[in-house]
Design a protein. Sequence first.
Length: 367
Amino acid sequence: MDNAADEDWRILRSLFPQGWGEQARTAGAIERGRGITAPDILLRVFLLHVGKGYSLRETSVRAKKAGLTEISDVGLLKRLRRSEGWLRWLCVQLLTENGVNLAGQNGRQRTVRIVDATIVKEPGKTGSEWRILYSLRLPELECDFFELTGTTGAGSGESFSRIPAAPRDLLLADAGYCKAPGIQSVIAQGADVLVRLHPQALPLWNKNGSPLDLLTTLKTLKTAGQIGEWKVTPVGTEVSGRICAVRKSDESIRLAHRRIQRRASQKQTRTKPKTWEYAKYVVVFTTELSSSAAEILEWYRIRWQIELVFKRLKSSAQLGHLPKHDPRSSRAWLYGKLLVALLTQKLIRIGRSISPWGYILSQPTAQ
């Protein structure tokens, strides 16, 4: 019987995008005649490091014990640096396979960037915690900003204020970034934001300069899929923006209410009536005024699809030794983590119709 790990690896390989091995050479991750020359060996070693959270040294030892290859921790770090482009290519291909079509979404010559953050905890009870703040440019999925800080103290939180922006940038983020100071910092750089609205964190004035009754406004959307947009200004600012909203389907509302109920039960708290009502809508705030409300919501939909991947990334990124002083290897490590999350998502997707024997059949050999 084959080694179970080798069998699992063959199944995992069946999930990789077409041409993944050739791309390793094209991107410079594999150099002919030097060190590791097989793409599957190199990727398998990388996944030990980023997927299992082993340090470079421990990965080196385990790779040797498993009979994969002999490579030092320093050599592995150099390989990681050279593999940034290859790992990013793998992520882009898998993201497309998982149903996120990024082509043709940048027709207005904007640079669209997804901003997010995650926490990395070093192994062990006393391991340090680090916050990674980064942005990924669409459709290339290229990491164009990366900053590592502690998780406490000034300047360590999630905020647009920490993100450098350029004119015509459109920064997409979740509700944690829906705060007036961060939004103002983006506007001051000539860029725009698109964020999930957090009503308590960002109170709004309507176009008449009066406090916006958000819930009453949203209730004008009566049917599933109905879209609305309203000009607004964040209280205490001169920022011109608008909220765009869509009413969810009855099934989506039911699922959202179930999540609210489950969370309240776990925390033994009582849910406010407004919370049940807000759950019926997807509401975003944006300072981008030239696109239609439908286009704005489509951008947020794309961001949300990638956020589903990020959620898995965040859960898988709790362990691991992040290269803390080298931008190239840090970005490669991040792409490796994202690759693990995307492979997980693809496995879940095809698992609904997976064969009883658990893997994809190869072509039969002639007898």
